[in-house]
Design a binder for this molecule. Sequence first.
Ligand SMILES: NC(=O)c1ccc[n+]([C@@H]2O[C@H](COP(=O)([O-])OP(=O)(O)OC[C@H]3O[C@@H](n4cnc5c(N)ncnc54)[C@H](O)[C@@H]3O)[C@@H](O)[C@H]2O)c1
Length: 280
Amino acid sequence: MTTICICGSGTMGSGIAQVSAMAGFKTILYDVSNEIVVKAKIKIDNDLQTLVEKQKISSEKKESIRQHLSFSSNINDCIADVILEAVIEKPEIKISLFNQLAFLNSNETIFASNTSSLSLSAIAKEIKEPGRVAGLHFFNPAPVMKLVEVVKADKTSETTISKLVELTKAFGKTPVVCKDSPGFIVNRVARPYYIESLRLVEEGLTDFETIDRLLENQGFKMGPFKLMDLIGNDINYAVSCSVYDQLNKPERLKPSDIQKEKVEKGDLGKKSGRGYYGYK
Ligand SMILES: NC(=O)c1ccc[n+]([C@@H]2O[C@H](COP(=O)([O-])OP(=O)(O)OC[C@H]3O[C@@H](n4cnc5c(N)ncnc54)[C@H](O)[C@@H]3O)[C@@H](O)[C@H]2O)c1
């Protein structure tokens, strides 16, 4: 595998593209929005420059990483050995994108999805040669977080899984193979962290700053509200709804009205400049 195409240049796509190029793969970063592609390019350049200033990489290495990266808002440029999508958390968008790209690419191309919660088997069954479709779930921020869930759908072939495990290792990450189930492992375990905290606020028992402060004092790297702002409240709400629906709506995992309101107001978190907290 030599060429990796990342589709969706938002929070996750831009970070994964940086990881891929740093590991020496020819990497194409694509988005429907040219404005977002330009923003992603600036973000990656700034991140690489920070690494140079911190003496984590040399200026020559930075240049070589940049040479491995190309940016596009033209879908015809998305020709690769592995297509990894990180577009919005909506199955119909992911299926339509994969089908457009299956038409452009060879039957050998692997299709991986960075979905946090959607059924990979449901996505794969809509794609020609479903044996090459799997999940490759990175965590945020992708250049920093080591864990990657490699998700096996009903029809994913063993060859696809072993190629993705090798790719994950080549990225310098730690793969964990898991079954296709709502939220896989991490998002299933993490759901009550957010939902129970939101419920405390909804019931007027405390405020979100206090919950964050308390949990950070207990050793969590980030309190739930800071973490939701980092993830993006739109993405976190979509994942909450998807896990809740797929598990037959258990009361304990019911998404909160606070999440819905944040999304409706456009208070998406760090990426929009405002969420539970304000950002410059
Ligand atoms: N944010 C997180 O912490 C996180 C962590 C792990 C996984 N994920 C998953 O990664 C995916 C992306 O999340 P994100 O936070 O990067 O979202 P984001 O909103 O930051 O970025 C999504 C990008 O997809 C683009 N897009 C939409 N439709 C497209 C299409 N048809 N073709 C190409 N690009 C398209 C948008 O323009 C946008 O730039 C989601 O499936 C999410 O569940 C997110």
